[in-house]
Design a protein around this ligand. Sequence first.
Ligand code: DGL
Length: 270
Amino acid sequence: MSLLVGLFDSGLGGLTVLRQVHARHPHSPCLYLGDTARVPYGQRSPEEIRAIAREVVQWLRLQGVGVLVMACNTSNALAFDVAVAEAGVPVVGLIDSAAAGIDSERVGVLATPATAASGAYRRAIHAIRPHARVVEVGCPGFVPLIEAGDFQAPALHQAAREYVAPLLEAAVDTVVLGCTHYPLLRPLLSELLPPEVRLVDPAEAAVQRLGPLLASLGDVPEGERTGEPVLAPLQRTRLCVTGCADAFAQSAAAWLDPCPSVEQVALAPA
Ligand code: DGL
């Protein structure tokens, strides 16, 4: 038995989580929803983010997902309870997963404005390290620039310098990439931060939790599937978007190789 792993994000960012699910769970079928009609989420109000999460998770539930990975920090920060209430299956979060692995007292968090304003990372880290200094920086420019796909754009480099400045000033030694789009900026951020600063991608800890969870739900653990043929991500991933499928396929091809075909879906019945 292989449960369908559901993931969602506002756009491309969640693909950084999907790639890790592909790598660690080569037998799991995946369903990814990019809510590109409404990207970016990070400048929206908490009420909007919660209403969107309800609609998206209800749709994923109807598609029969067996487990849900929140591949969006903004939804995780503001609507984790909504996802848990609507999913009808276990939900894996990024924020608590990442916080559990922080081993520093000087932590920077780069995130969308909504995630930073929610204080969700600060609370999650303080629950484990009460004396840690946590500097959360909202980065409104990043997601639109990443979705536009030009990683050499001067505006992107300028924005990165601006967002990293408070982290340099606070001399943090750990930086959480608190938006799933940001691992795509790892090379740029590494250039701007001192080499000893550890960059944390929350998806790593979240996807590590997925194996035991799937096993507890009845999936055969990966380690016991050595004889089973591995299907290419292309053959076991359904990639859906609420906006333009062709535009998403074009951008996603840079991050998923090969990129599965992309389907446009309507979440709520018209
Ligand atoms: N990638 C998402 C996150 O992790 C959402 C970014 C956005 O749409 O603003 O926060």
